[in-house]
Design a protein around this ligand. Structure first.
Ligand code: ADP
Ligand code: MG
Length: 232
């Protein structure tokens, strides 16, 4: 479904060259949730941006459904990103002038879906995230947890193969983070998306199907059981 192959990425800052990714590889499967752990600066965001075709690696491949996306033209990459990839950030990045419903409808219209169908889909998603009463609220009228739920609905609205979430609950208080996270997992399993979630929270990581740690530029598989012990 999603395969990252030997990704390398370095940044040059003045005289310094920082090698962030040094050959990171991993595979992600439909309906599976994978935690991406690593200290701040380890390269989690860089990895997610490359996987989401928002940034190009220096070398390596990003395969979505067997298609090597790095080799695609900009136009084809844009299409791929729109149809097959959903992104959730730490801060919701919703459009402030639009309602929750409109925020979940818009990406579908851009992708060419009819407005009635897009509306039905958006309502369904917001409903399953517990937001049926909040459709017509703008982001500023929603709580942090509700904003992130809308961002999640928007990210999966086009039925992507891949959901990439960069510390999606990092900005929420613990009980809210917990609930939003549970709903994210439920939705991912229900939709059959391959989800990669960067987080610092070991409690949350331990509840995902697999845990990968970004360590010295490489992705290392970690036993979920070990993460569970470490969080005590
Ligand atoms: P994380 O998300 O794990 O905190 P990042 O992927 O944001 O890590 O960053 C990894 C490293 O790459 C950091 O040292 C960061 O300073 C550096 N970095 C990230 N983006 C850029 C950039 N656009 N230019 C220069 N350095 C960058
Ligand atoms: Mg980051």
């Amino acid at each position: 479904m999603l395969r990252l192959e030997r990704l390398e990425r370095a940044y040059v800052q003045g005289p310094r060259r920082i090698e962030v990714l040094k050959g990171a590889s991993a595979s992600f499967f439909p309906g599976e949730t994978v935690a991406l752990l690593g200290p701040s600066g380890a390269g989690k965001s860089t990895l997610l941006h490359i996987a989401g075709l928002l940034e190009r690696p220096d070398s390596g491949a990003v395969l979505i459904d067997g298609i090597d996306c790095i080799k695609l033209s900009d136009k084809e990459q844009t299409r791929m990103r729109r149809m097959e990839v959903g992104f959730v950030y730490q801060f919701h990045h919703l459009l402030p002038e639009f309602s929750a419903l409109e925020n979940a409808i818009l990406p579908q219209l851009i992708a060419g879906r009819g407005s009635a169908e897009a509306k039905t889909r958006a309502k369904e998603l917001l409903g399953s995230l517990g937001l049926s009463e909040r459709w017509d609220h703008r982001p500023a009228q929603l709580s942090g947890g509700e904003q992130q739920r809308v961002a999640i609905a928007r990210a999966v609205a086009n039925g992507p193969k891949v959901l990439l979430a960069d510390e999606p609950t990092g900005n929420l208080d613990p009980p809210t983070a917990e609930r939003v996270f549970e709903e994210l997992l439920k939705l991912v399993r229900q939709e059959g998306v391959a989800a990669v979630v960067a987080t610092h929270n070991l409690d949350l990581a331990a509840r995902m199907d697999r845990v990968l740690r970004l360590s010295d530029g490489l992705l290392v598989e970690e036993e979920v059981a070990v993460v569970k012990v470490a969080r005590r």
